[in-house]
Every structure is written in C-alpha cells, then in structure tokens.
Design a protein around this ligand. Structure first.
Ligand code: F6P
Length: 528
C-alpha cells in the first residue's frame, strides 16, 4: 500500500503541521515562477495550490519511492504494464514516441492509410457530412476535438456524432442529412459494444433505404476487431485497424480520429499528434522535479489523500473546450476509479470524482459551493490567451472572470473586511452581526491555472497528453492498474439479460423486488 512508504508518513506529518494559508506562501517572491511550467503552447501555474517547499519535496520523494522512473521507462518500452489484460500501453507510439520497430511500422501504415483516405474524401467532395458512431473512448475524444479545432479551422464537411443507445442519439445525428452524401464511420475497438452496434445498424438501414446497394461505399469501420467488423458487413478495404496496445480512452490518436482528420485535414491532425508528442517527450525525458505531468499528479495526490478532497473540478474558460470535463471523466475515472491494488490488496483512496463545466456558466450555478460550501473542490482552470472569436471585449471579460475566480478562491474575504464594508454601507451593529458570517469567504482553496497560447491543434495535443500522463503517474503512486476497466462489465451483462426479459413474460423472481417491479412496469409500456 502506498501509505506504507516512508514519504507517505512524512506527508501525513506535514499535513498536520501545515496551517499556513496559500497567500502567505507568496512571501517567497519566486513562488509563482518556481511553480509554473511551460511545455509547447501550454503554461501551467501551481502556485495557488496549498503546497509549500517541504510538501513539494516530500511528494517528489514519494514518486521516487513508488519507482515512478521505473514505471515510466516500462511504459515507453512497451512492457505489458496493463497486467490484468497482459497488454502493453503504447498510445505515445501513435504520436511517434516509443514502441518497437513493429509497432512503429504499424503506426506508419495506419497514418498513411488515414492520410490517403482523408485526402480522397476531401478532394472528391462526394460527401458533405460524416456521422461518427461510437461511445466512450470511441466518441469522447473525437467529439471534444471536433469542437475545439473549430476555433481556428473551418471543417471541410459537417461532423455529427451518435453515441447513446437512446434512439434520440441516432435520430438527431441523421436528421436532415442526405444518405447520398453522408459517410458513416463506425468506431469500436471491440466491435461488440451494444450501443454502437445498434446505432450502426440503424445508420446502415438508413443508408440502404437511401442509396440501396451503394450503402457499403458509405460505411467505414475503425476497430481492433477486424473479423467483427467484416462479419457485420463492412468491406475489408473500408476497415481501419488499431491494436490492443491502445486503450479505448487513449485511442483518439489512432484511426479513431479519422473523422477529425477528414473534417479538419491531415495537417491539422498531425499537428495534434505533434503537440501530444511534445508532452510525451517532456514527460519521458524531464527529471521528476521539473516534470509537468508529475507535478500535476502530485498535486492531485496531495489534495486527495492528504487534504481529503473527494472531487476535482475542471472548468474550461473556453467554450470550445466545454466537453473537456466529460472527456476527463472517462480518462480519469475509468482509469483510476479502482479500489484494488496491482497485487490484489487494498488501496489508499484513489481517483476523486471529476466534474465540471464551462466558465463563466458555472459561476452562476455551482461556484457558490466552491467558494463557501463545506466540501469545496480543487479546481483546474483552463483558459486560452488568444481570442479566436474576434470579440476582444468578450475575451477580456472571459479572462478577467477566470483570474478573478482563482484569486477569490485563494484570498477569500475575512471578517474584518466584511465588517468594514457593511459599516461603510451604514448597517447597524445588529445587522452587521447577522449578515457578516454569510458574506465571509474562507479562502485558502486550491486551484491550478492552465493557459494555452491559442486553441490550436498543437496546444490541444499538449493539453490532452498532459492529463493522460498525469493519470498514469497517479496510478503508479496509488499502485493500481490505470489501463483496465473491469468495473464496466457487470452492468453490461445484466443489461443483456434484462433486454431479453423485457420482451418476455417469464417470472422475474430471480431479481430483487425493486428491479422486478421496474421490469414489470416497462413490460406494460413496451408494445413490441
Ligand atoms: O464500457 C466501457 C468501454 O469499454 C470503454 O472502455 C470504451 O472506450 C467504450 O466502452 C467503447 O468500447 P468500444 O470502442 O469497444 O466500442
């Protein structure tokens, strides 16, 4: 267990002794500079975290004791560190970093295949829309980037997504499109996912109705299960492969990103890969004390395990990154939402609940809790320096709000200041005594600020790869496997049984009374 490590004990002692508020730590004039990092087009400032020099040192010792350097080397060497599935974890190889000669060749071939196909679609102009069908890792990354890349590049065709098994998802995705000019891309690593297969079947029926036996030419599959895709009826030369050494939630960089490459162009997609590679190289080659993903993970560990925060908020002050919290929910919680250690033993508390929204919207909703609630939550504020919208006044206001919120969380407002303000307003002593506690802000609430120079493909690659590596570092310290996801299986299996039972009249006695009642209710409303 991580808490058996010497530096863990040291950190526990430091927690007890750490009364200092963040603001007093700025007595060190170099703090903001010392705790800031720049990698590629991304700047990150950790100085508003409740971490002093001793804590920082002890956290770095913890990483060393957990053999982070050894694990990092294993990751890049392609060792099977996903032990429960006996798989290597090589998403950096998709960006050209690490991997064996064989893996490098697979990646080169894949990129050439993607480039050739996307160039053809873009030049022939037979299609004016893509419907990208997939869920989880086969959806969230492309969906996030489709929004983000639109900041600076006009997509060559319309990009729509269908993920949910709720019929509304595929209906909305197909609505108003012409099957004659629509390309359907079915993305599923396993090609067994219920939601995706149902949506792809519906899309195929829609294509057949619209274009008859030409439907096959409108249907592409991206999968690590070529046989499955072929059995479904996708022509062999319309299938893009990927491999079991790419985890679903790390697969954006593979042919899973094909729809992005077609819509935004191969060069933009390559720039995204290059941005991610820049972060890979930084993570791989930089000593722990200057390493950005390491700092981010150590901050997470400190907030989660020593300050006891149960959640982590992600607030993008960039509308085009508003899907980032949803993307990170899978990346972080599917990776590190574990309670069994690598050796089968117990763990310390692991992944916090990751949640968030776009700023400024969140300020008018849940920020009350962040500032004055009993729980609070560490926040990652994410902003962009360059205005891509040609609205300078809006952009200034957006940035002002971002900086103000992180400052307010840290500085707070004490009793004396509140009292003076209320006195200045002419309130009576009684009124001041009643109102003052409600108007105070405790402050000392931690946050990190990440600023992208501009919302281009490179910075987007920097940003996503940063969080990928952070997740890995945290998993090493928690001694868990970040790359399996057994926790999603049980519900899938039960859903299959219940799906059959919804159309039958068999006894439901083998279910608990609540589930049996709910299935009974649904049976009454299901007509066929
Ligand atoms: O159910 C979880 C999961 O397996 C994710 O890990 C994955 O990203 C998603 O489902 C989709 O899986 P697939 O790409 O195999 O359809």
């Amino acid at each position: 267990m991580a808490n058996k490590l010497k530096s863990w004990k040291k950190l526990e002692n430091l927690t007890e002794r750490t009364e200092a508020d963040i603001l007093t730590l700025f007595d060190d004039a170099n703090r903001a500079t010392r705790m800031s990092y720049q990698v590629g087009g991304l700047f990150a400032d950790f100085s508003k975290q409740r971490i002093n020099v001793d804590i920082h040192k002890a956290l770095l010792n913890l990483a060393e004791e957990a053999d982070l350097e050894g694990w990092r080397a294993k990751l890049f060497a392609g060792e099977p560190i996903n032990t429960t599935e006996n798989r290597a974890v090589l998403h950096p190889a998709l960006r050209g970093v690490g991997g064996s000669e064989e893996v490098k060749k697979q990646v080169r071939d894949m990129r050439a295949h993607m480039r050739k196909f996307s160039a053809k679609v873009r030049s022939e102009q037979n299609f004016n829309a893509i419907v990208h069908i997939g869920i989880g890792g086969s959806d969230l990354g492309p969906r996030l980037c489709a929004d983000a890349l639109a900041a600076l590049t006009e997509p060559a065709l319309e990009l729509r997504f269908a993920e949910n098994v709720d019929g509304a998802s595929i209906n909305d995705a197909l609505a108003g499109l012409d099957p004659k000019s629509t390309l359907v891309i079915a993305v599923s690593k396993s090609f067994t996912t219920q939601e995706t297969l149902m949506n792809v079947t519906a899309a195929r029926d829609w294509l057949i109705e619209g274009v008859g036996d030409k439907a096959g030419a409108h249907m592409i599959a991206v999968s690590a299960n070529r046989d499955g895709a072929e059995a479904f009826g996708v022509a062999s030369d319309q299938i893009f492969d990927f491999w079991d050494w790419v985890g679903g939630r790390y697969s954006l960089w593979s042919a899973v990103g094909l729809s992005l490459q077609i819509a935004y162009g191969p060069d933009v997609f390559d720039q995204m890969l290059d941005g991610a590679a820049e972060m890979d190289e930084h993570f791989r080659d930089t000593p722990l004390e200057n390493n950005l993903p390491v700092m981010m993970a150590l901050t997470l560990i400190w907030n989660r395990n020593f300050l006891g925060y149960p959640s982590q908020a992600i607030i993008s002050y960039a509308r085009r990154l508003r899907k980032f919290p949803a993307f990170l929910q899978q990346l972080e919680m599917e990776s590190n939402g574990k309670s069994v250690a690598r050796d089968g033993g117990e763990t310390v508390p692991t992944c916090p609940i990751v949640w968030g929204d776009e700023g400024t919207n969140g300020q008018h909703a849940f920020f009350q809790l962040l500032h004055q609630g009993t729980l609070g939550a560490p926040v990652d504020f994410i902003g962009v320096l360059e205005d891509a919208e040609n609205r300078p006044e809006h952009h200034k206001a957006l940035l002002a709000n971002l900086f103000a919120q992180s400052e307010a969380l840290m500085v707070g407002k004490d009793a004396k200041t509140v009292r003076t303000e209320l006195e200045d307003k002419g309130l009576s002593e009684d009124e001041i005594r009643t109102l003052a506690p409600h108007k105070m802000f405790p402050g000392n609430r931690p946050s990190t600020t990440i600023m992208l120079d501009r919302l281009d493909a490179r910075a987007l690659g920097n940003l996503i790869a940063l969080y990928e590596h952070k997740v890995f570092v945290a998993s090493v310290i928690w001694n868990i496997n970040a790359f399996d996801q057994w926790g999603v299986e049980l519900g899938k299996v039960l859903a299959k049984t219940i799906l059959t039972e919804l159309g039958e009249h068999n006894s439901l006695d083998h279910h608990d009374a609540s589930t049996a009642h709910l299935i009974g209710l649904a049976r009454k409303s299901i007509t066929s």
